[in-house]
Write a protein that binds this ligand. Structure first.
Ligand SMILES: [Zn+2]
Length: 232
């Protein structure tokens, strides 16, 4: 269910594993997503998800949109407590962020790194007074597994040199996680404030992977919610 969960101050962070599939077209999507959010934050917390398009658009949300879905963005930001934000991925980086009174998620695959979704979401958080930003880099395909044509590697490393990689079998590759980490650092997020879960989706059968499973691949979720502990 939740392969990783933690509380950091008033923020709850979770990443699901392959026991759930939250792909937009998955038959049990709503139930799976509700189960994951409930496991993280308790019952009754609504979730907002994105129709992700591998771009750099950021939406600030303060309520649950129609159907719980924000179309055509790759990052969500909220200052609301008790509103869960969800990013979905299977090899792309599901990124969770938290600052002072603001939380965010972002979907950063190879195109998203090139488009700059990471600096875009951090900038929007700072506009909202985030202050020190903490980041959780969820499970994604690693640089040793993500083979690409040489010209594609050149395109990515022209934007983020740190993403240049080689597969374990010696061919051109992209290390999307290294690219995201470099972009976070360039955006002023301190290394001490970054948690890299380090799992490779393609190598770990407990995680969904598009590279391993093709178009039938499920999606895992990164979830964040600001949930101040209340006196009872
Ligand atoms: Zn790998």
């Amino acid at each position: 269910m939740l392969g990783h969960r933690e509380r950091s101050g008033d923020v709850l962070v979770g990443f699901t594993d392959a026991t759930l599939d939250v792909a937009e077209e998955a038959p049990g999507r709503d139930e799976a997503l509700n189960d994951a959010v409930t496991a993280l934050a308790g019952a009754g917390v609504p979730a907002v998800r994105m129709r992700q398009v591998h771009g750099a658009s950021v939406a600030v949300v303060d309520e649950v949109p129609d159907g719980g879905l924000v179309p055509d963005v790759d990052a969500l930001v909220t200052t609301c407590a008790d509103l869960a934000l969800v990013v979905r991925a299977a090899d792309c980086v599901p990124l969770v962020l938290a600052g002072e009174g603001v939380v965010a998620v972002a979907h950063a695959g190879r195109p998203g790194v090139v488009a700059g979704v990471v600096p875009a979401v951090v900038a929007r958080m700072r506009d909202l007074g985030a202050g020190v930003v903490r980041a959780w880099v969820g499970p994604a395909v690693c640089g040793r597994c993500y083979e690409v044509p040489d010209e594609m590697r050149e395109t990515v490393s022209a934007v983020v040199p740190e993403a240049r990689a080689e597969t374990s079998w010696g061919t051109p590759a992209v290390d999307v996680v290294a690219g995201v980490l470099a972009q976070l650092r360039a955006a002023g997020v301190r290394a001490d404030d970054i948690t890299d879960l380090g799992a490779c989706t393609r190598e770990d059968d407990a995680l969904h992977s598009y590279r391993r499973d093709g178009t039938a691949a499920g999606r895992l979720a990164g979830i964040v919610v600001r949930r101040p502990e209340r006196e009872t």
